[in-house]
Design a protein around this ligand. Structure first.
Ligand SMILES: [Zn+2]
Ligand SMILES: [Zn+2]
Length: 287
């Protein structure tokens, strides 16, 4: 495997420095944005993600390389290819992220990132342990079109690094940049459980996708975001944070009657329950 410049590893000291700076500012301003137990749990999740990534990313690189052999176009490392890839990667990220909120199979991995009831730079590092193994499927079309695997994986890292700094309450607005970029304000909405904010603003770097596909909601200063999950897990145990939704899926699928119902628990919307369903007209007629 050729040496991929691991940008995320290089960025870790910067992440830690900014996190420390925000924590100090928080203490000075008495905003109570941080709780030590919560931050330690987030750091444990981030560390686990990086360790698991070491092995999994090598496998993903192998898959991308295999697919790239059948590439439709021959795309090199020209400057314009990086710009096209930036847009294509960000578009892919939007759909991966939106699916992660709508399909329980992917939500089981993504829920980790939303499990903190705080919103700070520590929350940015609260990353999945299982998602890396599945989410590459969304990016498979990029090496197939012709982007070299190293280029695709580098762009994924750039996107992840960009998304670090937006996990803060200390930046209120970015002015005119709010129109195009994903910003702290837009991403606060994404992490909020308030009804008007739920499942909105799935953007990575550019907010344009949410505006284009109808999932954009601006932050309303009179409706302060309430962070976390609609049903919080109230645990700082990294194992519980990493696997709680997988365990719940297992229980639901095991107890569900019939394959259709089992598949619905696995692939349906997160939070869907047979008991709470709204019966269709036909179903109501049959009962
Ligand atoms: Zn999300
Ligand atoms: Zn986030």
């Amino acid at each position: 495997m050729p040496q991929i410049p691991n940008l995320i590893h290089l960025a870790i000291p910067g992440f830690m420095l900014l996190l420390l700076l925000e924590a100090v500012l928080d203490a000075v301003m008495r905003r109570e944005l941080y709780r030590i137990k919560d931050t330690m749990a987030s750091l444990a999740m981030g560390t686990g993600n990086v360790i698991i990534g070491l092995g999994v990313k090598a496998i993903i690189f192998g898959v991308f390389t295999a697919v790239h052999k059948f590439a439709i176009f021959k795309i090199g490392y020209q400057w314009w290819a990086w710009i096209v890839l930036f847009v294509a990667d960000d578009f892919t990220y939007y759909w991966f992220h939106r699916t992660s909120h709508q399909c329980r199979l992917f939500w089981a991995s993504h829920v980790i990132h939303h499990s903190s009831q705080r919103y700070n730079l520590g929350t940015a590092l609260r990353q999945t342990w299982t998602g890396t193994m599945m989410t590459w499927i969304f990016w498979l079309w990029l090496p197939l079109i012709g982007f070299p695997p190293i280029m695709v994986m580098t762009m994924q890292a750039v996107s992840l690094i960009y998304q670090f700094w937006i996990h803060t309450e200390l930046v209120r607005t970015m002015g005119p940049l709010e129109a195009v970029l994903n910003t702290p304000s837009h991403h606060r909405v994404h992490h909020a459980t308030n009804a008007r904010y739920l499942d909105r603003n799935h953007a990575g770097s550019l907010i344009i996708w949410d505006k284009m596909f109808g999932t954009f909601v601006p932050e309303d200063r009179s409706d302060k975001p309430i962070y976390g999950l609609t049903k919080n897990i109230n645990s700082y145990n990294p194992l519980r944070i990493a696997f709680h939704e997988w365990i719940d899926i297992w229980h639901d699928v095991r107890h569900a009657q019939g394959w259709r119902l089992k598949m619905r628990y696995l692939l349906g919307r997160p939070g869907w329950k047979y008991e709470n369903r709204v019966p269709s007209v036909m179903e109501a007629g049959q009962s």
